[in-house]
Design a protein around this ligand. Structure first.
Ligand code: HPA
Ligand code: ZN
Length: 323
């Protein structure tokens, strides 16, 4: 049981596909007649030994092959929601990667509707609120992202916003400016991964070219004092994922994670799990791991939780409930 179970948690950096545990992957593989390139759950779990972001993404995209139907997407997110409810989850803004599925012949609507089914059920059965954030894959062509956004017009009622993820190095945010402008016209909120592996300049580019309201990861902003000053002044939320940073070797040891420096600088930092099935911990586990590695006093834990509420796209009424 997490020490921080009673602290109301808000997840702002959580990839639906990153919640696929090996057990469910094999269940879905059997159900859909799909074969995985691993003999067993243990063998798959043993492959979770990453050297960088790309080595993780290769496995992450390979295992998505088991996700085929609306029901699969429901079952995937529902398993995450049930498990996280026990760790104090109250609100979640879920990233998903439609291009990873439509490129395999899965219907866009089955992906969105299945995930939305799980969120609707979580509202009723678990008291968890949330929404869906459609992420474009930055290492795929911009016109594919534009087509994906046009497909999303049939589901604007269930989409909270758009994001940008996948391989960072060599794939800057700038080329997606037009797609993000169109998303804003459609009334969607905007976030992007930046400053995870790519340098601080990618964070500034996401703010300037895409108009993002939150930055996912952003840890490398510390390399640029002017950028830090701007992020503090503009109160830009940064969704930090220490277990991800450890497993993808952005940091070599959790004790060396720059979270304390980010807090000391006055940045609006919050703690999230990113891809919990792959990185060894859900949101409560993330608080526990930081506490074990660095110490975490109650006031700081409460600040991290409150920053997540403030940085969320929940309604003012819901934010008041979550605080
Ligand atoms: N970074 C980039 N892309 C991703 C990640 C991440 O941490 N997780 C899933 N897709
Ligand atoms: Zn991420």
């Amino acid at each position: 049981m997490s020490t921080y179970a009673a602290l109301p948690k808000v997840e702002l950096h959580l990839h639906a596909e990153g919640t696929l545990e090996p057990e469910l992957a094999f269940t879905l593989a059997r159900r859909n007649g799909v074969s995985l390139p691993f003999a067993s759950e243990e063998e798959l779990r043993a492959a979770y030994d990453f050297t960088d972001l790309q080595s993780f993404l290769d496995l992450y995209y390979a295992t998505t092959a088991v996700l085929r139907t609306r029901r699969d997407f429901h079952d995937l997110l529902w398993a995450y929601l049930e498990r996280s409810a026990a760790q104090g989850l109250r609100h979640v803004e879920v990233f998903f990667d439609p291009q990873a599925h439509t490129s395999r012949g899965v219907a866009f609507t089955d992906v969105v509707d299945g995930l939305h089914d799980a969120l609707t059920r979580a509202g009723t059965e678990l008291g968890i609120t949330g929404g869906l954030i459609l992420c474009f894959l930055r290492d795929r062509p911009v016109d594919e992202a534009a087509r994906t956004l046009e497909e999303a017009r049939t589901r604007l009622d269930v989409l909270l916003g758009v994001g940008l993820d996948s391989a960072e190095v060599g794939f800057p945010p700038g080329p997606f400016a037009g797609v993000f402008a169109r998303a804003a016209e459609l009334g969607l909120r905007r976030v992007a991964h930046a400053g995870e592996e790519a340098p601080a300049s990618s964070v500034a580019e996401a703010l300037d070219a895409l108009g993002v309201e939150r930055v996912d990861h952003g840890v490398r902003c510390l390399d640029d004092p002017d950028l830090v000053a701007r992020l503090v002044r503009e109160e830009v939320p940064l969704t930090v994922c220490p277990l991800s940073n450890l497993r993808l070797r952005v940091v070599q040891d959790l004790a060396e994670h720059p979270l304390p420096a980010m807090l000391a600088a006055g940045l609006k930092v919050s703690l999230h799990s990113d891809d919990p099935a792959y990185f060894g911990g859900y949101v409560g586990d993330t608080f526990d791991a930081v506490a074990a590695a660095q110490g975490l006093d109650d006031a700081t834990a409460a600040l991290l939780a409150r920053n997540a509420v403030d940085g969320s796209f929940a309604s003012p009424q819901r934010k008041a409930d979550l605080r």
